[in-house]
Every structure is written in structure tokens, then in C-alpha cells.
Write a protein that binds this ligand. Structure first.
Ligand SMILES: Nc1ncnc2c1ncn2[C@@H]1O[C@H](COP(=O)(O)OP(=O)(O)O)[C@@H](O)[C@H]1O
Ligand SMILES: [Mg+2]
Length: 278
């Protein structure tokens, strides 16, 4: 039986805390003795860098795996072990760098040829399902596979969502908090209809929450008011703290960097909520 869960951290808006959430949720779940694979699905390679690896120096990356899956799927089992880094942070990582943009372009070409073809040979994978096919054999090795999505290259995000059981939507807890949410929800809906009926929104996560009680309370209330009926809003927002911003340079999560920090506690709390997912 397969109980592993694949979770995309997604929001097409930048700087909302996706990468920070993927990393810290992953480390928090690993400290609960779960086997965790993080997948850097952003050509910027921020997640790779935040774990202390130089993106440009990585030879075996998500890009290579996607291209292998397209061109010579019979070789994929050979390539996967090379592409998984066992980090000192207790999580495994499939890294990314700028080459991922090439893979995205390749997916787009594939999409065009699939659209223009009069027939679609059954043995060919749809360009939206390449990542799902790639990650599927890894499910037995991990309890959670967490995919950090980027901004551009919608096909990469569609691939991530097609491969996922859940998505988490981080939003910045400013007065424009809900900016970006409608776009993700539209994409989720479309992926659910076309490629992956199992995809569910695990919840909306408020990030970079400032200690201005009045303002934050109202942001929380307004997000809950607009989306709370249909979607879960995670219990505890992630506090904005300079310590979290310092973490990438140290190659650590906030849980390792300053375990007592309120944001570390919030990410541990998020991990508990994720462990309760159905
Ligand atoms: N809770 C937080 N407190 C302070 N800074 C944060 C927090 N979460 C993220 N950041 C910082 O904000 C920036 C954007 O976060 P990031 O996770 O990279 O967003 P995204 O992946 O959505 O673009 C990064 O510099 C990150 O270190
Ligand atoms: Mg990011």
C-alpha cells in the first residue's frame, strides 16, 4: 500500500515564502522521522542554494531527469539515484538550476507537437504528466515529496500539480494577502479537471506575518472570510523574522538555525497539520 504524499508548494506570485516553506516544512517533517524528498522545480535554484549547494555547479538535476523521461525513459532508473542529494539537513534533494528553463522549453515543444498531432500514441506520455511519471517510483522511498514551484514556466507548475496529491498555497500576510490566490486556484481547478482528479488544496498558509496584531488579525480574518469556507487556512501564520531571511546564507532551515524562533515553532505546527492530512 502506498501512503506517500506529494505536495506542491505553489503560488505564481514571487516572494511569498514558497521556497522557505518547502524547506522548513520538509525539515520539520524529517524531524518527525518522516522520509522527505524536496524537489527544486524552479530554474532559479533557490531551494538548492538554501540547502547550501551551488545551483550552477549541479550536474544531475531535475532538468536532466525530465529530459531523460522525455527522450529515454528506459534510462530513468539509472539517473534517479545520481540526482538525489542526501543533505546534512536530514532531507533529500533533487536540485535545479538554470537548465530547468531548457527542460521547460522542451516540454512546451512537446505540447505543441501533441496539440498538432491528429492522434496521440498511447505509449507517449502527455507533456503535463512527465513529472508525475518521474516521481511515481520514488513514492515508495519517501513519506513526503515536496515540490517547490517557481513563477514562470507554467508547464513546470502544471507538471508539479499533476504529480501532486496536495498543494499548499503560501500568501504574504500583508493587506493584499489574497493577491495571487485566485490564479493558483484557477490552475488547480484546471489541473484537477484535465490531468489529476486527486489533487486537493491542503490549505492557504499566511507567511511573513508581522507582529502588528490589529493589521494581522484583519488580514487573517479577510482571507478566512473569502476562502475559509471552501479551503483550509492553516492554523498558525508564519511570523516575519530577520532570522528566517538569514537562513539561506547559512544553508539551514530556521529549525536548525534558531529552533526557539517563533517561525520555527510555526513550521513545526504546520508539519503537525500536514501529518493529519487524510
Ligand atoms: N517568515 C519570514 N520572515 C522573514 N523573511 C522571510 C520569511 N519567509 C521568507 N522570507 C524571505 O523572503 C524572501 C522570499 O521568500 P521565498 O521563500 O524565497 O519566496 P518565494 O519562493 O515564494 O519566491 C526570501 O529572501 C526569504 O528569505
Ligand atoms: Mg522560490
Amino acid at each position: 500500500m502506498n501512503h506517500s504524499k506529494i505536495i506542491s508548494v505553489s503560488n505564481q506570485k514571487g516572494g511569498v515564502g514558497k521556497t522557505t516553506t518547502a524547506l522548513n516544512l520538509g525539515v520539520a517533517l524529517a524531524s518527525e522521522n518522516r522520509r522527505i524528498l524536496l524537489v527544486d522545480n524552479d530554474p532559479q535554484g533557490n531551494l538548492t542554494a538554501a540547502l547550501g549547494y551551488t545551483p550552477g555547479a549541479q550536474k544531475y538535476t531535475l532538468s536532466k531527469l525530465l529530459l531523460t523521461m522525455i527522450d529515454s525513459p528506459e534510462d530513468i532508473a539509472l539517473h534517479i539515484p545520481r540526482s538525489v542529494i542526501h543533505t546534512v539537513n536530514g532531507v533529500d534533494l533533487i536540485p535545479a538550476n538554470g537548465r530547468l528553463a531548457d527542460a521547460a522549453a522542451r516540454l512546451q515543444i512537446l505540447q505543441l507537437s501533441q496539440l498538432s498531432a491528429n492522434y496521440f500514441p498511447e505509449e507517449h506520455l502527455a507533456c503535463e504528466k512527465i513529472m508525475a511519471a518521474l516521481l511515481s517510483p520514488l513514492r515508495k522511498e519517501y513519506d513526503f515529496i515536496i515540490i517547490d514551484c517557481g513563477l514562470k514556466h507554467e508547464l513546470l507548475t502544471i507538471n508539479a500539480l499533476s504529480a501532486s496529491d496536495y498543494c499548499i498555497i503560501p500568501v504574504q500576510a500583508h493587506f493584499l494577502a489574497s493577491e495571487g490566490i485566485p490564479d493558483v486556484l484557477t490552475l488547480v481547478k484546471s489541473v484537477r479537471q484535465r490531468f489529476n482528479p486527486h489533487l486537493e488544496v491542503a490549505g492557504i498558509l499566511l507567511t511573513m506575518y508581522q507582529s502588528r496584531p490589529q493589521l494581522c488579525k484583519s488580514v487573517r480574518e479577510s482571507v478566512a472570510e473569502v476562502y475559509g469556507e471552501k479551503y483550509h487556512v492553516f492554523e498558525r501564520p508564519i511570523e516575519q523574522t530577520i532570522r528566517v531571511a538569514e537562513c539561506p546564507a547559512a544553508g539551514k532551515s530556521i529549525l536548525e538555525y534558531e529552533p526557539q524562533n517563533p517561525a520555527a515553532e510555526s513550521y513545526r505546527n504546520l508539519a503537525q497539520e500536514v501529518l493529519r492530512l487524510g
